[in-house]
Design a protein around this ligand. Sequence first.
Ligand code: NDP
Length: 309
Amino acid sequence: MIHKCIIIGSGPAGYTAAIYAARANLSPMMFTGPEPGGQLMITTEVENFPGYPEGVQGPQMMEDFRQQAERFNTVIKYEQISKVDFTGPVHKIWNEAGEEFQAHSIIISTGASAKWLGIDSEKRLLNKGVSACAVCDGFFFRNLDVAVVGAGDTAAEEASYLAKLSPNVHMIVRRDEMRASKIMQDRVKNTKNITIHWNSETEEILGGDDVTGVRIRNNKTGELTEIPVKGFFVAIGHKPNTEIFKDWLEMDETGYLIPVAGTSRTKVPGVFVSGDAQDKVYRQAVTAAGSGCMAALDAERYLVSIGIH
Ligand code: NDP
């Protein structure tokens, strides 16, 4: 069977694409990927999505998106796509079990994931004190000292959040300045229980079964310092989930997909992109949703143009 439209990814972009595609009678099939609902599932309060005057919890919002997509008969498959072939005109994709699916149009909305430092101790102690989400895991470290690595808005936000739970928050910043917006920098600098360690890199996260501390190296003086902490939060940015498309689609040096300007189209007819997988600038739920709508409309027009209704 050749589907009219397959959507890969289930964040605000994917669900919005599904709602539009389903209402246009494209009978979309959606593959959720490894984290159904995407990054909003690890968020708490969302106060800036229009239509929720009192705010909404991220997971609740994604549940609302899912119900709306299913109401119009989107088929949702809780599976991950691990391989694609965009030779066309019919596009082929495979799930992890090796099962093949075919579609005339594909909408990519695979989003982005947290980046890691890539040191051995980080891998070894992951979920044993090492986390990439303060909002999800901060609660486990209430009344315990923690460290946050990174100097962007995410790191600043995570440090501020953790400072409400932990007696001491250590921010590990690799340069002598922060990338975060001024308002966020001021917030962390003015929070008494946040200590910023400038020009510092993480040498090793310490601990056997659980994190017990972190050894940092001052990259100006070479001085090593051990800080006792129980939680270690990595907040150094995100990476788009676009690896499987690298042989097929245009992307920038960091892996963000590049659509034809002002559209969701790619250079491959019938393949469309939306959400954080193609957006390193705005990265908001509402902009992702808007781009998912664009992708579904572009897909619908494409299908009409090749005579598929
Ligand atoms: P950014 O890419 O902005 O920042 C990443 C930070 O991590 C940088 O300070 C970088 O250091 C540091 N870093 C990267 N790699 C390493 C490493 N290996 N070791 C140590 N430090 C490292 O990512 P964010 O996730 O913070 O933000 C992404 C985007 O989302 C930004 O545009 C941001 O403004 C936005 N955002 C907005 C929020 C808001 O408005 N409330 C909240 C969160 C994010 P260096 O500076 O030296 O490169």
